[in-house]
Design a protein around this ligand. Structure first.
Ligand code: ADP
Length: 248
């Protein structure tokens, strides 16, 4: 088995600094992490610990100041902007706290959008299949305003999955949902990992959301500060409480 089959994404000694001189902020400091294919990882840490920066660098939305990011067997840091955009479009899915759907388009049209942007003709059967996967087979013709928050996030999930990405990144994907609806979305994510071998990496501040993951990676001050495997929400919450007490 080659390495790309083992790890969907690898970060090697990734640092990201913002600003210059006295005003330099080190958001990520020499972070090395691997996300195995078919695994579900949650990333947690106090506010300002570098979670969003980590996700943005891993997803090719931001470039590290040093170190390397490898998606499958492609080193992102060496790609031109054009190639990076293509790779993001074809091989990376992203869901955000805000669903970011286009209000004038139906669910079906929103889901088909990444394929249209890539110049591919979206097959109706494929679009319907992904909508069915997220439990919205009967909502294809609805506009976002006609859907609940949880349904809108499921449309966003279908849109992220339409290209069959190597990895799906989530930045607080349940942050705007009530706990019951959040549970539905997390159950879907868990199912995609278990049934379809999807790789998921999700930033969250919610220990319950993180407990759906196989592994929780903790960040403090731009560093990886340990991890938990197969932990329940109480264990994750007490680890977070201790981390928030770590002096900077
Ligand atoms: P988190 O997602 O854990 O809250 P972030 O990754 O957003 O943390 O931020 C990590 C650190 O980097 C913080 O100190 C933040 O202020 C800083 N930072 C993030 N983005 C920028 C930016 N564009 N310019 C300057 N500093 C930034």
């Amino acid at each position: 088995m080659n390495n790309s089959a083992v790890h969907a994404v690898r970060l090697r000694s990734v640092s990201r600094r913002y600003g210059a001189g006295d005003h330099t902020v080190t958001a990520l400091d020499d972070v090395s992490l691997a996300f195995p294919s078919g695994s579900f990882t949650a990333v947690m840490g106090p506010s300002g610990s570098g979670k969003s920066t980590l996700l943005q660098c891993a997803a090719g939305l931001d470039r590290p100041t040093s170190g390397s990011v490898v998606v499958g067997d492609t080193e992102l840091t060496r790609l031109s902007e054009t190639r990076l955009t293509l790779l993001r479009r074809e091989r990376i899915g992203f869901v955000f706290q805000a669903f970011n759907l286009l209000p004038s388009l139906t669910a079906e049209q929103n889901v088909a959008l990444p394929l249209r942007l890539a110049g591919r003709r979206p097959g109706r059967a494929r679009v319907r299949e992904v909508l069915r996967q997220v439990g919205l087979g009967d909502r294809a013709g609805h506009r976002p305003s006609e859907l609940s928050g949880g349904q809108q996030q499921r449309v966003a999930l279908a849109r992220a999955l339409i290209t069959r990405p190597d990895v799906l990144f989530g930045d607080e994907p349940t942050g705007a949902l009530d706990s019951r609806t959040g549970h539905e979305v997390l159950t879907l994510l868990r199912g995609m990992v278990d049934d379809a071998g999807q790789t998921v990496v999700m930033v969250t501040h919610d220990p319950v959301a993180a407990s759906y993951a196989d592994r929780v990676v903790f960040l403090v001050d731009g560093h990886v500060h340990g991890e938990l495997t197969g932990a329940n929400a109480d264990d994750i919450a007490s680890r977070m409480t201790r981390l928030e007490a770590v002096p900077c």
